[in-house]
Ligand binder design. Structure first.
Ligand code: ADP
Length: 548
């Protein structure tokens, strides 16, 4: 392949003419000539040749001097020496000084063209290799950045940071002066700034573009990239009113074929043009941005759903709690009546008595009865109160006693004997309100299973390896096989309809209890035998705070 420029430095006009007028142009080379060393050195810089054909013996200096000078200048122009027959010995020195080859005069056309081709091909290959290495290095760098951004897309949850990184990567890989990401506002259909790199504050403030009258808007409407400007265009482009740039690149952000925004780069100062490759890179980054935005939206929706779910679970717990507390209402009201009767009886007794001791005794009974009533109200309030879940390290018996004291009188009246078997056990970490709620559910179930004949309800607290166990045993009906499998499922109840179609049981007690105990890292188990009774056992892990 010819076309390259060869500088011939030769004082023999005969050889010069042979090469410059004849051989070289015929083979497609451009030619520059010099007849002295001085002229040769000047043209070496002014003509910018691709190869130097250098005579060894020049009138004003030796070709070796030019070689030396070229070596000192670190010139990479290949030099071929032309030597007379017999001076080959000098070739060794010439090679040392960087000459690529030499030809011995007189030479034929084939010889000179042969050596020129060989040398230029070698140089060409070396140059191409160097260029390839640079472009390969650049590609590797670009790929590394793209892959790093790609990884962030799947690992980074913070959408703000992600989008900033994407814009930053775009600016970095394309060497643009600034970059920004605009999203379509679905309400107004305007484009608004979501992330930017190197934007001045005056540009960031109120950065909104109308889709109808901006280049970015065109990208939204057409769904294809826009690349403008660069050297030679000699004009500025308006990104927005009063904001002019020399070159720009806009690519669309596509999400399932819908354009949701634009990723943009521009140069305000430099007029370097954005390339096809820049466009490809930016489009890849735009895809990443679109995926990130979708991920963030889905994540937000999921978070919202989780919150709703948590809220409805909490509401379920609340309503089942109220249902359970409701079952106590009759018993509590009955007991209050008894307490009031006791109070009024003893007050009357005191009023009609003249005996100071008897009056005092009556007043003491009134005070004790009022204390009992207070305790009941406190227990009831503690149990029914709506409050945030709160874990504390405590004795589990405190939580169990709360509903037990409320139901105690009810049990007596139902002919149920209550037996407490409490061993000394280590502390547990629990939410006392919730464990009280579980206990209330299990106590009322045990009571119901023994109605109307009565029986024995045993509440036992003991330790088993790393757990504290609380069990509620009754001597009631037992649980039939057909509901045993789904006992802890919601809305399973055998407590049939009350008058008016309302159910006596909600079927929520055991499922809510199961959820609560599971949240405590514990379990709830049942053993049952028909017509003999059932035992429900809660197992809670011992607190790390150590033994009692
Ligand atoms: P509810 O008490 O509102 O029916 P639960 O989820 O607390 O809801 O209980 C579900 C069902 O399990 C009860 O209806 C009852 O049939 C059965 N059950 C629960 N505990 C006992 C028990 N100790 N003895 C017999 N059956 C029980």
């Amino acid at each position: 392949m010819a076309g390259e420029k060869v500088l011939i430095v030769e004082d023999s006009l005969e050889i010069l003419s042979f090469l410059a007028d004849d051989v070289l142009p015929y083979h497609g080379y451009q030619v520059a000539t010099a007849t002295t060393g001085e002229e040769g050195r000047d043209k070496l810089s002014s003509e910018d040749p691709d190869l130097l054909l250098l005579d060894l013996e020049l009138p004003d200096m030796s070709g070796m001097d030019i070689l030396k000078a070229a070596q000192e200048d670190e010139s990479d122009i290949p030099i071929i020496l032309m030597t007379a027959y017999g001076s080959e010995s000098i070739a060794v020195e010439a090679f040392r000084l960087g000459a690529r080859d030499y030809i011995i005069k007189p030479f034929t056309t084939e010889q000179v063209i042969g050596v020129l081709e060989r040398t230029l091909t070698e140089t060409r290959l070396r140059r191409e290799k160097a260029e390839l290495t640079v472009s390969l290095q650049r590609s590797v760098e670009q790929m590394t950045i793209l892959s790093a951004v790609g990884k962030s897309v799947v690992s980074l949850m913070d959408i703000e940071e992600l989008l900033s990184r994407i814009v930053e990567a775009g600016v970095y890989v394309t060497k643009a002066e600034e970059g920004f990401l605009l999203l379509v506002d679905p309400e107004s259909n305007d484009l608004y700034l979501r992330a930017g790199k190197n934007l001045g504050s005056e540009q960031t403030q109120g950065f909104r573009l109308k889709v109808e009258d901006s280049l970015a808007g065109q990208v939204v409407q057409a769904g294809t990239p826009v690349r403008r400007g660069g050297k030679g265009t000699g004009r500025d482009f308006e990104v927005k009113t009063g904001y002019l740039v020399k070159s720009l690149l806009h690519v669309p952000l596509l999400l399932r074929e819908e354009v949701i925004g634009v990723l943009s780069l521009d140069n305000q100062v430099s007029d370097v043009e954005f390339t096809e490759e820049d466009q490809y890179l930016l489009s890849t980054l735009a895809d990443y941005a679109a995926i990130s935005i979708e991920n963030a939206t889905l994540y937000e929706e999921l978070r919202q759903k989780m919150q709703d779910l948590e809220r409805s679970q909490q509401e379920l717990i609340e309503s089942s709690k109220l249902a359970a507390v409701g079952t106590l209402a009759a018993g509590v009201a009955h007991e209050f009546n008894n307490l009031l009767a006791a109070i009024s009886g003893h007050t009357e007794l005191g009023l009609i008595s003249d005996d100071m001791d008897e009056i005092k005794r009556s007043l003491q009974v009134v005070i004790d009865t009022v204390d009992r009533a207070k305790k009941i109200t406190q227990n009831l309030l503690t149990l029914a109160r709506r409050r945030e879940p709160r874990m504390e390290t405590m004795q589990v018996s405190e939580a169990v006693e709360n509903p037990l004291q409320l139901i105690e009188r009810d049990l007596q009246q139902s002919n149920i004997e209550l037996v407490r078997r409490y061993s000394e056990v280590p502390l547990v970490v629990c939410d006392s309100g919730q464990i009280a709620q579980v206990s209330l559910n299990l106590l009322t179930n045990a009571r119901d299973a023994m109605l109307p004949d009565g029986g024995t309800l045993t509440v036992e607290i003991r330790q088993d390896e790393d757990d504290v166990l609380v069990s509620f045993s009754d001597t009631g009906t037992g649980i039939p096989d057909n509901i045993l499998d789904e006992l802890f499922q919601p809305f399973v109840t055998t407590k049939g309809p009350l008058g008016g179609g309302e159910m006596a049981g909600s079927g929520l007690g055991l499922s809510v209890s199961y959820g609560i105990v599971k949240n405590h890292g514990g379990t709830i188990e049942v053993e049952t035998e028909l017509n003999k009774g059932s035992t429900f056992t809660i197992r809670l892990p011992i607190s790390d705070a150590g033994p009692l």
